[in-house]
Design a binder for this molecule. Structure first.
Ligand SMILES: [Zn+2]
Length: 677
């Protein structure tokens, strides 16, 4: 069995390598997942063969703990930055004089992420540490293990012990998707992929890290027994061991070659899937690197050249403020149209009050606008030399531009909010648009223009009114004929079948996105139970933190929201997890006390808890002699494992459990074939 497990592990690592490093998969995602599940199952049946570097460990763990500080074996210095060809020439001259012999320079792309140091011993990843202050950093090994392009086990001819450094990145596609999601939730957008990557790496929950799909490029080896004296050769060797090394690595013998590399990548980098912000030059020979040594802050044998961000100067004409569905107020700068990276820019984001204050903006100022790859251009500075006539200073507004309410700012948050949730037109309309959207109630025919029209004609004042719309009233509106009116009505009726978790999402409670709504729905099962839940009960649900819990409490403490929900209930909307999910599905688990431990891949822990109840079982928190069995997922706590072993309590894997309640294994205690200690 041990051999089967190990050969599966090796096979999956090879597929990971083919996919994430070589970009040439030789297996379908479906087959990969199938094999991974097979391995997960074998491992859960044989915890004695546990390996912290198994491919199954890349799914993350939900254990929460602080990060340990670890000292770097070699200080992790940052590079000196240059911004012009002249400065590169100076660097070249310094190296030439310092060495007084021939030398080569390796040109590499400077990836814009967060630095990481990885230590490998006997071909296995043992530690991943952030740069920190350069002397010591945070041990983020658990999170780094979720990054598929970082090998957990090496192949080929690698040294017993070495360190490799590189950059952890969030690809543009992931960054854009994440920001789109945040925009929908009206949360503060992530500034750039670099911050997003370093923020992700510091998350306490590695399951979420795994979902973020980070990538990594490695660029420097350290150790006693490296394969070559040439940095470029060491990188090639590292590639054969399984590391992702950039193809954009070039050995240059002369300065013109270096400048060719820079010029080529200055434009070509825009086609890369990840962010880059410059070029790094390194002396190729490690012996020569040692001879040149370090200054107090950075190596003398390497330097970074930073690309110019694309920038334009234009006039600030005015600042307007947009109010979203949750009341968040976004300041937008209106500019004289200007060309930037091939598009005409007329507006730029000003993010929040702090940013406005730090820029010292006045109306009529000439401002620098940058587009660093982010979706919305931003103002980075004022051209103070061009300020001849001083216009009005821009102050963040104190009152809502739509309803006049005094704005509030929640402590610890950058955004200002209009608190007039039920009386502020853009908030009401925004909530309706969200309510009818495809992922929520999926009501056709109610676009933002129609909603605005209905609102202005006082046909709807809140989301419940949507269900009282009458065909003749709708048909009378301009642009809306009888046919469309009937369609809207039919679609409203159909939405009464939309499951509870989506209804909960549709209500538009701040911070309750799709996933959170699902978690809440399955944990509490009925709207009444959520309404009655305490802060502690809410936080006890997987992935629900204090911020979300507070927002839920606030929503249900408002009489108007309760009234709204009661009306929706009367119209027949689903306000509990559907009958067949709630009613006993069987009695396969009748009389059994079951403990859930670890993380699962097919259903969430809350879903399993529901299934246990539906099948007549009882959920218990801790292992005792009375425990019938443990539903054991990945990374089960060692204490529980030990206790189960000493009491002779059985472990049941996810698949075995599902088979049990499907009736495939009718009598779990007699016909059961699972793991026995
Ligand atoms: Zn308002």
């Amino acid at each position: 069995m041990k051999n089967t497990i190990e050969s599966l592990r090796r096979e999956l690592e090879q597929h990971n390598y083919n996919y994430y490093v070589l970009n040439s998969p030789t297996i379908s995602d479906f087959d990969f997942d199938k094999k991974l599940r097979e391995l997960q199952e074998l491992e859960s049946q044989h915890p004695e063969f546990f390996d912290p570097n198994s491919p199954t460990q890349r799914v993350g763990s939900d254990s929460v703990s602080g990060f340990e500080q670890v000292a770097h074996s070699y200080p992790m210095l940052s590079l000196g930055n240059t911004y012009s060809e002249g400065e590169i020439q100076d660097f070249y001259e310094r190296v030439r004089k310092g060495l007084n012999e021939d030398f080569e320079l390796v040109c590499e792309l400077k990836y814009d992420g967060t630095s990481i140091s990885l230590t490998y011993e006997n071909g296995a990843l043992v530690r991943a540490v952030t740069r920190g202050d350069g002397e010591k950093g945070d041990d983020v090994t658990a999170n780094v293990k979720t990054i598929r392009s970082i090998p957990l086990r090496l192949h080929g001819n690698f040294p017993d012990k070495f360190e490799i450094r590189g950059e952890i990145l969030m690809p543009w596609a992931v960054f854009d998707a994440l920001n789109k999601e945040r925009e929908e939730q009206e949360e503060q957008l992530l500034a750039n992929p670099r911050n997003a990557a370093s923020g992700t790496l510091k998350l306490q929950n590695s399951t979420i890290v795994a979902q973020r799909k980070l990538d990594a490029y490695l660029y420097y080896l350290l150790g006693e027994k490296l394969p070559s004296d040439l940095h470029s050769e060491n990188l090639k060797a590292a590639h054969t061991w399984g590391f992702k090394i950039s193809d954009a690595t070039h050995v240059c013998k002369t300065l013109p070659e270096v400048f060719d590399f820079i010029n080529y990548w200055d434009s070509e980098r825009k086609n890369l899937p990840v962010a880059t912000d410059g070029i790094v030059l390194k002396v190729n020979s490690i012996r020569q690197q040692r001879n040149l040594g370090f200054t107090a802050k950075s190596p003398r044998w390497a330097i970074a050249y930073k690309f110019q961000a694309e920038k334009a100067v234009t006039r600030l004409n005015s600042v307007s403020y947009q109010v979203g569905r949750t009341g968040a107020v976004t300041p937008v700068a209106n500019l004289d149209p200007v060309q930037l990276s091939g598009t005409t820019v007329k507006r730029a984001s000003l993010h929040n009050a702090d940013i406005i204050a730090s820029l010292d903006l006045h109306i009529g100022d000439m401002v620098f606008v940058e587009k660093g790859g982010e979706i919305i251009p931003k103002i980075t500075a004022v051209d103070f030399d061009a300020r001849i006539l001083v216009g009005d200073k821009v102050h963040f507004i104190k009152n809502c531009p739509e309803c006049g309410s005094e704005l509030v700012r929640i402590e610890g948050e950058a955004a200002h909010y209009c608190p007039n949730e039920n009386g502020c037109p853009p908030q009401i309309k925004g909530k309706m648009e969200h309510f009818v959207s495809r992922k929520a109630m999926n009501i056709d025919g109610l676009g933002s223009e129609t909603i605005a029209l209905l609102f202005e004609n006082k046909l709807i004042e809140n989301i419940a009114d949507i269900y009282e719309l009458k065909v003749p009233d709708l048909a009378r509106l301009e642009r809306l004929g009888n046919k469309s009116a009937v369609n809207i009505k039919t679609s409203c009726e159909a939405s009464k079948e939309v499951p509870f978790e989506r209804v909960l999402f549709a209500l538009g409670i701040r911070f309750v996105g799709e996933t959170v709504a699902k978690k809440l729905a399955f944990a509490f099962k009925k709207i009444g139970k959520i309404e009655a839940a305490t802060l502690e009960e809410l936080i006890a649900v997987d992935e629900i933190g204090e911020r979300i819990a507070q927002s839920v409490l606030k929503y249900f403490s408002d009489e108007r929201n309760i009234k709204l929900i009661n009306r929706l209930k009367q119209f027949g909307l689903q306000m509990q997890v559907s009958e067949d999910k709630l009613q006993p599905a069987g009695n396969a688990l009748s009389g059994l006390s079951i403990v859930i431990s670890g993380t699962f891949s097919k259903h969430s822990r809350d879903e399993y808890k529901t299934m246990i109840e539906q099948n007549g079982g009882k959920n218990v928190g801790s292992v005792s002699a009375k425990t019938s069995f443990i539903l054991a997922g990945e990374n089960m706590g060692p204490e529980k494992l030990k206790k189960a072993e000493s009491l002779g309590v059985k472990l049941v894997s996810e698949n075995e459990f599902l088979a049990m309640i499907e009736g495939e294994i009718k009598k779990p205690l007699q016909g059961f074939t699972g793991t026995l200690f």
